[in-house]
Design a protein around this ligand. Structure first.
Ligand code: ADP
Length: 472
């Protein structure tokens, strides 16, 4: 039972409240008891004072001690008080017993105070029957004779009142705790209801229905924040699952085309006997082209997987970024030269960098490859490196025909090509890609905590920029 947060919350709540209420009740009880005992003493003291002053008055008028004693005792002691007047030798002169025939007795003479009135508790064996005693020695001024006045009263009334008070307090505390427990249980249930609902809903979510979301009751409270964080996580998972599925579908589609071309070539060639060498050679050439294409796609997919799996598969070391750019530009120059395209290298200053040199070379090659492919003869490709305090910016600009506006947002998607038919046709000539080049380049930039963006693309050409953080 205490495994549940609801039970624990309620228990804590009731426990803390019980502590507070019990401490409060004890304090109130003690205060009330002190007041009651005090008022008993005041009552006894008052009777004693009144009795003694009246007794002195009466004696002054010359009354007999028995008569005076009886008179004052009858007049002042209440039915619950037992009173008596003794002579200084301890002989009883008069008394007025309390209800239940309780008599006031004289204590040991040595205990009688000389002048002042005194109050003490007289034990009776059982604490409930203990009595409070007020005692005073009085002296009649004219005769010089001394008398002892004793007034006593039982604690029973005070005790009864205290018992009742204690009983009522315990009842109130118990009722308050029961009420608080029920209220706490109800409140905990109410406030935890969204968690129960979230758990139920989360149970139903699997890879098949990642588009489901957890319910959001109040987006601003703690549970709402939890639910929306979880929903954001689901959205990211959903995205990446969809991306994975799309990738699988696109990849198998890309791989199927060269495979079916090869199957057709072999079927046709082997389907007929007596083929000559030229026919076999043609078939093998087709197979060779398609194998190259397959190899390239598989290599691209492998590069993508490496960039995706981030730092684990990367081989970071120190190298000169400017030298890497210059080398890649030289390699691109050969390809561009064949097409009548010029490669222009900006001013490069010595730049030390820590990263995966091989992957960064591939990223640059992919950008340059695209630039060369899409720039007509007579065009120029510019490569530059800019140094900023916290980052490096590599620019690859061409003077090609540009990327159609509607395609610009998608060129970094995996397997996306602006003109599928033309690229595929190009592929057979060994020039076309599977639409992975930019996705790989971006993946590599991101694996280095940088980014790759298309800065501008219009009829005058396209400009790609790579931002790499400088963590020197
Ligand atoms: P691929 O490997 O097939 O070239 P990419 O991912 O590299 O695929 O490029 C995606 C698409 O973006 C290509 O189909 C191409 O049409 C377009 N593209 C990329 N770079 C350029 C560029 N510099 N100029 C014009 N179009 C480009």
């Amino acid at each position: 039972m205490f495994e549940s947060v609801r039970a624990r919350l309620t228990l804590w709540y009731v426990g803390v409240l019980a502590l507070v209420l019990i401490a409060f009740s004890i304090a109130v009880y003690a205060l009330h008891a002190a007041i009651l005992y005090d008022s008993l003493d005041t009552e006894l003291g008052a009777t004693l004072e009144e009795t003694s002053s009246s007794f002195i008055q009466e004696m002054k008028t010359g009354a007999k001690e028995e008569t005076a004693s009886k008179d004052v005792l009858n007049e002042y002691s209440s039915p619950r008080q037992a009173a008596a007047i003794f002579s200084s030798e301890g002989k009883i002169i008069a008394e007025d017993p309390a209800q239940g025939d309780v008599h006031a007795s004289l204590p040991d003479m040595s205990l009688v105070p000389p002048v002042e009135a005194e109050l003490y508790t007289l034990p009776q064996g059982k604490p409930a029957e203990d009595r409070r005693v007020a005692i005073k020695r009085v002296e009649i001024p004219m005769t010089g004779k001394a008398y002892i006045i004793v007034i006593t009263q039982a604690f029973d009334v005070v005790n009864r009142e205290l018992r009742l008070f204690g009983f009522i307090l315990s009842l109130v505390v118990l009722a308050a705790l029961l009420l608080a427990g029920a209220g706490g249980w109800f409140l905990a249930r109410r406030s935890l209801a969204p968690v129960v609902e979230m758990t139920r809903r989360a149970h139903r979510i699997s890879a098949e229905n990642l588009d489901e979301r957890l319910p959001l009751t109040n987006p601003h409270d703690e549970l709402g924040t939890l639910a929306s964080t979880f929903n954001e996580l689901l959205a990211r998972l959903d995205d990446s699952f969809k991306q994975q599925r799309r990738f699988m579908a696109d990849a198998s589609h890309e791989l199927r085309t060269p495979l079916s071309v090869m199957r057709t070539a072999t079927d046709v060639t082997l389907g007929q006997d007596g083929r000559n060498e030229t026919e076999y050679r043609e078939a093998l050439e087709i197979i060779d082209e398609q194998t190259r294409r397959l190899t390239r796609i598989v290599e691209d997919m492998f590069a993508l997987a490496r960039a995706d799996s981030s730092s684990r598969a990367l081989h970071f070391h120190d190298f000169r970024l400017d030298e890497l750019i210059a080398e890649t530009a030289r390699a691109a120059e050969v390809l561009a030269g064949n097409k009548g395209v010029k490669v222009e290298l900006g001013k490069l200053s010595a730049t030390h960098y820590h990263g995966d040199e091989g992957l960064l070379r591939q990223m640059l090659m992919n950008l340059l490859d695209n630039a060369i492919k899409h720039t007509p003869a007579g065009g120029t490709i510019h490569i530059g490196l800019e140094k900023q305090p916290s980052r490096y910016i590599i620019i690859v600009a061409d003077t090609g025909a540009g990327i159609p506006v509607e395609a610009q947002a998608r060129i970094f998607d995996r397997f996306y090509r602006v003109d599928k038919a033309r690229s595929r046709a190009g592929a057979t000539e060994g020039g076309g890609g599977a639409g992975l080049g930019l996705a790989i380049a971006r993946g590599i930039a991101e694996a280095h905590h940088g980014r790759l963006e298309l800065q501008r693309s219009d009829s005058t050409g396209s400009v790609f920029a790579v931002w790499l953080p400088n963590r020197e």
